[in-house]
Design a protein around this ligand. Structure first.
Ligand code: AMP
Length: 586
């Protein structure tokens, strides 16, 4: 079905958008002018994300403006002004300094959306240490992999998460010097410390040391098809992108109340759930609880959210319910809705128009890009199903790889190819930690190859086609099949595992594992349930397989790799494609 474009005009916009004319914005854009809108550290001492997000507002007219409103799961509300955030993040930076944690040292967080996480992130950046968030629904295995790979020296977490996921791993983590517990009144031992006690003792005064824009600031883990998770390195200069995209895409204005529903365990929850809104001095809503349609609509209503950034899985969940949001809730404050993380079906865009009175603006980016790259803008017509057009300052193209060595830009419209970006934007990842070769392999003939397949139409709108690899997107979260297979292989009954993403109408894809058993084990319901439980305990609910199917043989390439592509084609009843590399059945 061909979807009618959603026409935009300046007149429909309650607040005049920052980006009024796309072509003109592209023609006049410069990173220098974005840099001039930021402050830089006093005395010309560089650029620090936390200074731009907090201190420059706290030291000026926005000191008493509400920076973060935290909505606790049980109804508790905590408000933090920019002044409060400055004092608290200074305290955290002093805690790190007191513990001997310095520039470049990695500070991990494993926590739900609690205020301490936000304070730790900002304090870590002030201390020029590197903030590395972990999703709290990860099981012990993904947590251990990331702490090890990221050389974690400090971990901020809660008593419960520590006991469940980390305590028994301490021996595998000799570099982990201190664990700071957000909810322990006293220290348990020399390495397991009470964060409230340390914060209480720390000073509220902290002078951010000179920070080079190229200093490492954030480490975000992302999944690969073949190996274990990779740590994408981001630098302080990324704040230019956070600021620019919050201006041109999210279209934040000083009085906005912004809510990003993503968890800071993933890049969206950090770039847009913490940094970007604060760089604009707006009010940022943080909800501790998980998705609940009534709760969400009530938040939009009671907090008078003006700009909302959410994800397709959530939108599809809302679409399914028999709720007429505009009849049941007062959503009159809302003026813009954005979505990211997975393909947004055209039905979702149009549902927004009907149910919320506002279309949903899809945008595209990924962990490696550090910020939004392709977007639908408040003042630009929407073509439902399209990710939109590249941000001013960003050059995107469809390229065709030649013999696995070169890349050629496809100029003809509506031709499928690799989505590629011209390197050089401020939030581009600067490497995969300890994996220079993998980093280099992402760049071909002067293009960064994103790993996504897409098309570009005659007017420069980009359309997502799929992943070029086997990575799974489940409920918007990226899952690497290799990581799941490795964990499942540790079960004594399992001989081999192949993991795929099986399309699902709500969560996009669900993780499905095909398993062959060792001699002496019989497939059956009992073993299937045991394996599902084993996966959940090891990997956590966000990553574990939701479906398991027993197979006698898995298809392999001649070089012995499991052909996930074939497993998927068979699962979906699709043509099996080129089978020339398929090994004879063993
Ligand atoms: P992550 O690095 O976890 O943020 O995942 C990035 C990947 O999510 C991209 O490479 C895409 O495969 C997918 N993705 C993100 N945004 C979109 C979107 N708007 N439409 C389709 N896929 C998306």
């Amino acid at each position: 079905m061909n979807w009618e474009p959603i026409r935009k005009s300046r007149e429909d916009q309650v607040v005049p958008p920052h980006l009024l004319d796309y072509a003109e914005a592209c023609a006049t854009f410069s990173w220098e002018s974005i840099r001039r809108e930021l402050s830089g550290l006093p005395g010309g001492k560089g650029l620090n994300i936390a200074y731009e997000a907090v201190d420059r507002h706290a030291d000026g007219a926005r000191r008493d403006h509400l920076a973060i409103r935290w909505l606790g799961r049980e109804g508790l509300v905590r408000d933090f002004t920019y002044g409060d955030l400055k004092a608290l993040s200074n305290r955290f930076a002093n805690v790190l300094r007191w513990l001997g944690v310095g520039a470049g040292d990695r500070v991990f967080a494993l926590a739900g959306r609690i205020p301490e996480l936000y304070i730790a992130a900002l304090g870590t950046l002030k201390n020029r240490s590197v903030f590395a968030p972990l999703f709290s629904a990860f099981g012990p295995e993904p947590v251990a992999q990331r702490l090890m790979r990221g050389d974690a020296g400090i971990l901020v977490t809660t008593k419960r998460l520590y006991t469940q996921k980390v305590a028994h791993l301490r021996e595998r983590l000799p570099q982990l010097r201190y664990v700071l517990l957000t909810d322990a009144p006293d220290d348990a031992d020399d390495g397991l410390l009470s964060l409230p006690r340390l914060m209480e003792a720390a000073s509220e005064v902290f002078i951010i040391p000179p920070t080079d824009p190229e200093d490492m600031a954030l480490l975000h883990f992302t999944s690969g098809t073949t190996g274990m998770p990779k740590g994408a390195i981001h630098v302080h200069n990324a704040v230019l992108m956070h600021y620019a995209t919050a201006k041109y895409v999210l279209d934040l204005h000083p009085d906005d109340i912004f809510w990003c529903t993503a968890d800071p365990g993933w890049v969206t929850g950090t770039s847009y759930g913490i940094i970007a809104p604060l760089t604009h001095g707006v009010t940022n809503i943080v909800d501790e609880a998980d998705f609940d349609a009534d709760r969400w609509y009530r938040i939009l209503e009671s907090q008078k959210v003006t700009v909302w950034y959410t994800a397709p899985t959530a939108i599809r969940r809302l679409m399914r319910l028999e709720i007429e949001p505009r009849k049941q809730y007062d959503l009159s404050s809302l003026r813009l809705v954005h979505s990211v993380g997975e393909p947004l079906n055209p039905e979702g865009v149009v549902w927004g128009q009907e149910a919320l009175g506002l279309p949903i603006h899809d945008n595209w980016w990924q962990t490696e890009t550090g910020g939004i790259m392709i977007a639908n803008y408040a003042a630009m017509d929407i073509r439902p199903g399209s990710m939109g057009r590249p941000l001013p300052g960003i050059e995107a193209a469809i390229v065709r790889r030649i013999d696995g060595t070169g890349a050629q830009v496809v100029t003809a419209p509506n031709v499928e190819g690799d989505l590629a970006l011209k390197p050089g934007w401020p939030s581009m990842f600067r490497g995969y930690l300890h994996d220079e070769e993998r980093y280099r392999s992402c760049f071909v003939d002067g293009w960064y190859i994103t790993g996504d397949l897409a098309m570009r139409d005659e007017d420069g709108y980009f359309w997502f086609v799929g992943r070029a690899d086997d990575i799974i997107k489940t409920a918007g979260h990226m899952v690497g099949p290799f990581e799941v297979e490795s964990a499942m292989m540790e079960h004594p009954a399992v001989a081999e595992v192949g993991v795929i993403g099986k399309p699902d109408p709500i969560i996009g894809e669900l993780v499905k594992a095909f398993v062959t058993l060792k001699p002496g084990f019989e497939p059956g319901e009992k073993l299937r349930m045991e394996l599902l439980g084993f996966g959940r305990t090891r990997l956590g609910s966000a990553v574990a397989p939701k479906e398991i199917e027993f197979e006698e043989h898995l298809p392999h390439t001649r070089s012995g790799k499991i052909m996930r592509r074939l497993l998927k084609a068979r699962e979906l009843g699709l043509p099996e494609g080129d089978l020339s590399t398929l090994e004879e059945t063993r």
